[in-house]
Design a binder for this molecule. Structure first.
Ligand code: VG1
Ligand code: CO
Length: 553
């Protein structure tokens, strides 16, 4: 490490600013178009609101990094100067301004920082005309809970000034330490701590053996997002997968023009390798900030809801969980596949609102060990964020130990527990007023829906999901309209809290099937009745003006 001392003696400056009214964090931080973030004071106001909320900052340690998207580097420099001016005395910055979301969570915990700022709009596209985002994670390494994000929002509404300091840009690409005024800034290796944590949890020897045999071919699509360097270090370097196993491994500010969203639509390059003429045995992808995962077997797709259930059922095969797991949790729209496993294992299963922040208290209190969301998010108590590569390693470890292909593991699981067919239909960037009107009309109908029959299926109950946190008793309301059906099905309607344009309507459909003869249906086919019910009850086409969903996962 080179150590460079740059003494800046200037005092903090108070800079006048005008409050913005649209800085309310959504499901995962504040996400807006880059052009909005580039407005004078926009980024600064939000950062100052964070610092005011967690004040006093004097003498504290902060972690800082992002997914490398357009505007990441500029924002890092602004935040460093503001953090120094606000009194932080130690800042850990990922080299090049890079830290994946799970790595940031890992670094916050390992270094006992008071929290971290992560710059990312996750799976949203990047580039000058695309999206940027910022979120604050607390000392447990997890996303700020609702109480904190609400306090931050309140701060933004009355923001009149922020603190900064005159200082040169920090050299982000060189590992080492820089001093600005009273603050020590460490440029750290963004990969190392995280890779070590993974190595401590999984059976790397068994996985190395699996990969060394030569008849198991693997491909990881980093989608030109943050996980490229992490995947290369772990899969290629430490586990010995052949060079080139990681594709699109160089992080680019615009993710190569694609959507860094690991699903069958956006990860098409990977899908071609797994479904092509000479298919690979294992494929995986992660998103912009590295916290999501998609796992594929040879010509086989694993639904994230099933993935959570299968990881839970097999957790004892993984060194980190060999002693057993305390409990599990899933976001409400996630299918109930994991509930069945938890019941069989006699461990608690919690149902939380959408967004990782709702798992934090359960993890901190030791009530759960594993948790997940249908949106390609899976994780555990090793950090406080969902973790894309962790999920991939969990699967690889299972395959190495069970010595079965992915498809067999999943099919055996269905035979044992039954199958929860699941799909999500997204209607993106639709007219916001219409989308809200659709949801409010649905809410108005809730009381009358039970007992009514649509497309031959009867609605048995309906509600607007609300959650009372079992640990701090905080209440969160209006988290999605749910319909339960007498054929074992369920439909959920909610509006996205991560979009940056108009509204995005998400319709989640799932249905349980136990008949061994009916476990291999095509998902949309298996859920066709429910799809019809959803349309009839909600009038999706009329409100969105769309004939079909934009994305089906
Ligand atoms: C979406 C997903 C949600 C996830 C969130 C953040 O939120 O549905 O499950 O936690 O994205 O993930 P929404 O409000 O748009 O449905 V990430 O990887 O974008 O930070
Ligand atoms: Co993400």
């Amino acid at each position: 490490m080179t150590t460079e001392q740059v003494k800046q003696v200037q005092q903090s400056k108070q800079i006048k600013t005008q409050a913005f009214t649209d800085q309310k964090p959504g499901t995962s931080g504040l996400r807006k178009k880059v052009t909005q973030f580039q407005q004078t004071g926009y980024l600064e106001n939000f950062v100052q609101a964070v610092f005011n909320t967690i004040a006093p900052c004097a003498g504290k340690k902060l972690v800082l990094g992002g997914d490398g998207r357009f505007y990441n580097r500029e924002a890092i420099q602004v935040i460093i100067r503001m953090a120094v001016a606000n009194g932080f005395t130690h800042i850990l910055v990922g080299q090049g301004g890079i830290l994946s979301t799970p790595a940031a969570s890992c670094v916050i915990r390992k270094n006992q920082a008071c929290g971290g700022i992560i710059l990312s709009a996750s799976h949203n596209p990047g580039g000058p005309d695309e999206d940027f985002g910022i979120k604050f994670n607390g000392e447990n390494g997890g996303p700020a809970p609702e109480k904190l994000t609400e306090a931050i929002f309140q701060q933004t509404l009355s923001m009149e000034q922020y603190l900064s300091i005159d200082a040169n840009d920090v050299e982000l690409d060189q590992l080492g330490t820089v001093q600005i005024a009273e603050c020590k800034i460490d440029i750290i290796d963004p990969v190392n701590d995280y890779a070590n944590l993974m190595e401590s949890m999984f059976d790397f020897t068994a996985m190395k053996h699996l990969l060394a045999q030569g008849d198991f071919r693997l491909c990881f699509d980093a989608m030109h997002a943050v996980n490229g360097p992490y995947a290369k270090e772990i899969l290629e370097k430490r586990l010995g997968a052949p060079a080139g196993s990681v594709i699109n491994g160089v992080p680019l500010t615009d993710f190569g023009g694609g959507h860094p969203d690991p699903n069958l639509v956006h990860a098409h390059e990977l899908v071609a390798l797994l479904y092509g003429d000479d298919p690979f045995d294992f494929g995986a992808a992660s998103d912009g900030d590295g916290d999501r995962n998609m796992v594929l077997g040879k010509q086989f797709y694993i639904n994230p809801c099933d993935s959570l259930a299968i990881l839970t059922a097999n957790a004892d095969l993984i060194p980190a969980y060999a002693e057993g797991i305390a409990g599990v949790a899933r976001s409400m729209p996630t299918s109930r596949a994991v509930d069945r496993v938890a019941k069989a294992m006699n461990i608690p299963c919690y149902e939380t609102p959408t967004g990782w922040k709702f798992f934090g208290n359960l993890l901190d209190a030791g009530k759960i060990t594993l948790c997940g969301e249908e949106s390609f998010g899976t994780g555990s108590d090793h950090i406080r964020e969902k973790d894309g590569l962790w999920a991939v390693l969990f699967w690889l470890n299972l395959i190495a130990v069970k010595k079965q292909p992915v498809s067999e593991i999943v099919k055996n699981h269905w035979l044992q527990y039954g199958r929860d067919y699941f799909t999500r239909h997204d209607y993106e960037a639709v007219d916001s007023d219409n989308a809200h009107e659709m949801i409010s009309q649905l809410k108005a109908k809730i009381a009358d829906l039970p007992g009514q029959v649509f497309a031959g299926v009867k609605i048995t109950s309906a509600d607007d999901f609300q959650y009372i946190d079992p640990v701090d008793k905080s209440k969160t309301t209006e988290q999605g309209v749910r319909l339960y059906l007498d054929n074992g099905g369920r439909i959920v309607f909610r509006l996205s809290g991560t979009g940056t344009q108009g509204a995005t309507l998400r319709v989640y459909l799932d249905c349980y099937q136990q008949d061994p003869a009916l476990l291999a249906q095509e998902t949309q086919q298996a859920l066709s009745e429910l799809i019809q019910v959803a349309e009839t009850v909600a009038g999706i086409k009329q409100f969105t003006g769309r004939e079909k969903p934009d994305v089906i996962t």
